[in-house]
Design a binder for this molecule. Structure first.
Ligand code: TXA
Ligand code: MG
Length: 348
């Protein structure tokens, strides 16, 4: 135990700067850019979730991301760029397929994996010959990358394994004292992480589903596969690790499970406090029970699900019962995250 007022040597002061999402202003962006240029860490909003940024060309700075998050070093990072010129500092060759995707979906929540340039810090790619890159559709993020004038490596700004942060408060919970600055522009729009698409194999392959769906991508470049098993998944090392875990145990109830949510919640209430997140009407008046109601809509689920899981932790839930939604459109990406978060799945 540390004596009161004595700080361990490795804690630093985290500056939290509130900025307007559409007009962040010169001064906050300039100080954040200076931190990035000097090898420090800045958490910033993107359209998906908050990212934890460092200069992607600075090996030591990138290593600090792994230390701050407690992230396994074999899990590579996404590099964020603000222009096509900057993209050419990161990847060896922007293929014709990549160019078509970029003109359709950038700036936006599509990450593409291409062959990397050797100037990118090796830790970014965790030893792979490839690099994942995207251009975020968020003014604060773009202004920061431009002002720093360097590609910014940024995983989601949560402690490794925890739900991704959709508000600056979530970053504070996980990383305060470990990073130099947080740019707080309020809640993010989309709420789940970008689609990751590998363009280095014979057929483009989705390594992580996201808001840009397989159908949307296929509409632009033709056949796209969905990495599902062994060999292909080993190309996206991140998918091997535990993800999106609140402290409470998550039980996912799939669509069409054929059991009443009230019965399921009652069953788990015998284990301890239960948090319910879903669109069914459940009886809220039970001791130790807390409900967060969403509409059965993929957009609302994506925007709310991580914050709702963190809120259930704050309320002391032992079990979080989450009601699933349809896989249509963005629902597939939401259900991917919920299945990864779940320790048990009830249903179809
Ligand atoms: O929306 C997002 O993508 C957010 C924001 C901050 O941009 N970032 C994000 O980063 O979710 P992260 O580190 O939490 O997830 C990156 C994913 C991991 O699954 C990782 O394995 C994969 O991208 N990845 C990164 N580089 C890769 C590479 N070279 N080859 C294959 N997969 C890669
Ligand atoms: Mg992450």
């Amino acid at each position: 135990m540390l004596a009161r007022g004595v700080r361990p040597y490795n804690l630093i002061d985290t500056i939290i700067k509130k900025v307007e999402a559409d007009n962040p202003g010169q001064s906050a962006i300039a100080s954040a850019a200076t931190i990035i240029r000097s090898g420090g860490l800045v958490a910033f909003p993107t359209e998906t979730v908050y990212g934890l940024g460092a200069d992607a060309m600075n090996e030591r700075a990138v290593q600090r991301i792994f230390e701050a998050k407690g992230r396994p070093s074999d899990n590579p990072l996404i590099v964020h760029v603000s222009s096509r010129d900057m993209l050419s500092r990161v990847v060896a060759d922007v293929t014709p397929v990549a160019r078509r995707l970029i003109s359709t979906f950038w700036p936006g929540p599509l990450t593409i994996v291409l062959e990397r340039r050797s100037e990118v810090a090796a830790a970014v790619s965790a030893g792979l010959p490839t690099v994942a890159v995207r251009m975020p559709a968020n003014t604060v993020a773009i202004e920061l990358i431009k002002a720093a004038d360097t590609p910014i490596a940024a995983p989601s700004a949560n402690a490794s394994g925890r739900p991704s942060p959709t508000r600056a408060e979530h970053v504070v919970q996980d990383l305060a004292g470990r990073i130099e600055m947080i740019l707080d522009a309020g809640a993010t729009h989309i709420g789940i992480e970008s689609t990751v698409l590998d363009l280095t194999g014979d057929t483009p392959s989705i390594l992580r589903p996201g808001w840009i769906t397989r159908e949307m991508i296929a509409g632009v470049i033709g056949p796209v596969s969905l990495a599902a098993s062994g060999d292909e998944l080993s190309r996206s090392p991140g998918t091997r690790h535990q993800h999106y875990n609140p402290r409470a145990r998550v039980v996912l109830v799939e669509e069409g499970a054929g059991r009443s949510l009230d019965d399921i919640c009652a069953e788990f209430l015998r284990e301890g406090p239960v948090g319910f997140i879903g669109h069914a009407k459940v009886d809220p008046d039970r001791p130790g029970f807390h409900a967060i109601n969403l509409t059965a809509d993929a957009e609302e689920y994506a925007r709310s699900i991580y914050a709702a899981m963190r809120e259930m932790d704050d309320k002391g839930a032992a079990v979080i019962v989450v009601q699933g939604i349809s896989e249509a459109g963005g629902g597939a990406a939401v259900m991917d995250r919920l299945r990864r978060a779940a320790t048990a799945i009830i249903g179809s």
